[in-house]
Design a protein around this ligand. Sequence first.
Ligand code: MN3
Length: 201
Amino acid sequence: MAFELPPLPYAKTAFGDLISEETFNYHHGKHHNAYVSKTNDAIKGTDHEGKKLSAIIKSAEGGLFNNAAQVWNHSFYWLCLSPEKKEITGELKDRLESSFGSIDEFKSKFKDEATGHFASGWAWLVLDGDELKITSYHDADTPVAHGVKPLFTLDVWEHAYYLDYQNARPDYVSALLDNAIDWDFVALNLDGDGISRADQG
Ligand code: MN3
């Protein structure tokens, strides 16, 4: 069965000025959709047909890897966002505080990673073994391919923020991190299989 563009779990107008409807129209409707179509085209008639998205990411190279990884990364990214401001609580709060010193320190380190990442890519909070780590990967690269558990991501490709923030990536990162993250979803990934949340097939 072909992969599909997952529907957004909120209205495209739900974020007001933080993320505009126009950004969702392009980012979800054009960019994410194109990665889905290109993945489906590339696997047609190959051994990859019928595999799970995560299995393709783990075994493919080149264009197929890039497109399949971008399908998964974007599906996960939409789930990390919340139009309603949420607080970091419970076990996630405790673990972030013990790993990074405080929630403010965690946010500051994540902002530095996301802002400092050169060119296109993704900033991540992952669980590596039992250790929380902030990292980033270039272009389409993804924790799915690296044996670490994804907890949270921000897309730092220009197409994620250019319509709303122009070249001001730090403003996009700060605005979302402080106002638009579904920390309940992030906390779920601590216990569950983070990869399965955005997998298909
Ligand atoms: Mn993107």
